[in-house]
Design a protein around this ligand. Sequence first.
Ligand code: NI
Length: 260
Amino acid sequence: MKKIFDTHAHYDDEKFDEDREALFVQMQEEGVERIINVSANLAGVAATLDLIDRYPFLYGAAGVHPDDAKELTDENFEIIRRALKHEKMVAVGEIGLDYYWDSTERDVQKKWFLRQLQLAKEMHKAVIIHSREAAQDTMDILKAFQAEKPEDMNIVMHCYSYSPEQAREYVEMGYYLGIGGVVTFKNGKKMKQVAAEVPLDRILLETDAPYLAPVPFRGKRNSSEKLHYVAEEIAALKGITKDEVLEATWENACRFYGIA
Ligand code: NI
């Protein structure tokens, strides 16, 4: 069986409190061998540190989501920096802009997005970007950052949801695109086109568990072994086999996060 790398999940979420342990055992039987647990706020950073210490197959990303960016101060920002010193903290994330919920003032979102991007550069970490209904501002910030971005710095547009044109632009900038359950949705036409067009070596598989479960589990709690359905859909769209998708995305993820 091919190995599966879930590059974006939230196993610190309370939806997993009841059966986290059993679920981990079960998903490993279904091929899941590596998972990045991504923080969304400072509590998530602490929870992620705890998880990566307990489970060998879990790695972490430390950062604060735009929805929660209002909790950041110059003082508590150091919590993220300290967490990134852990050898299994392989990325800064998830960070970015969210104009759908708009739960943090946009200027404040932008400020901490930039500060965390700079931190990733300073700490030599990969970056996981969340961007929702903020296509233009996100592109503008990242285009400006491009001038100072180190060549070996890897950045992924997590749960990519914008146009095929912007996808091409991000790929040209050297970025990766995170693809998950949405590609299996009947109304996920745009995402299907993106998955068909983007070069296979730039795709990372991700669940965003517990959210965004693929068809036929849409609306239910998501977990990493359901990536089988996402890989199947990408394979069908690209006219290749599911094994080819799993093999390539495993290698992409190891390269992206610098895990041997
Ligand atoms: Ni997420």
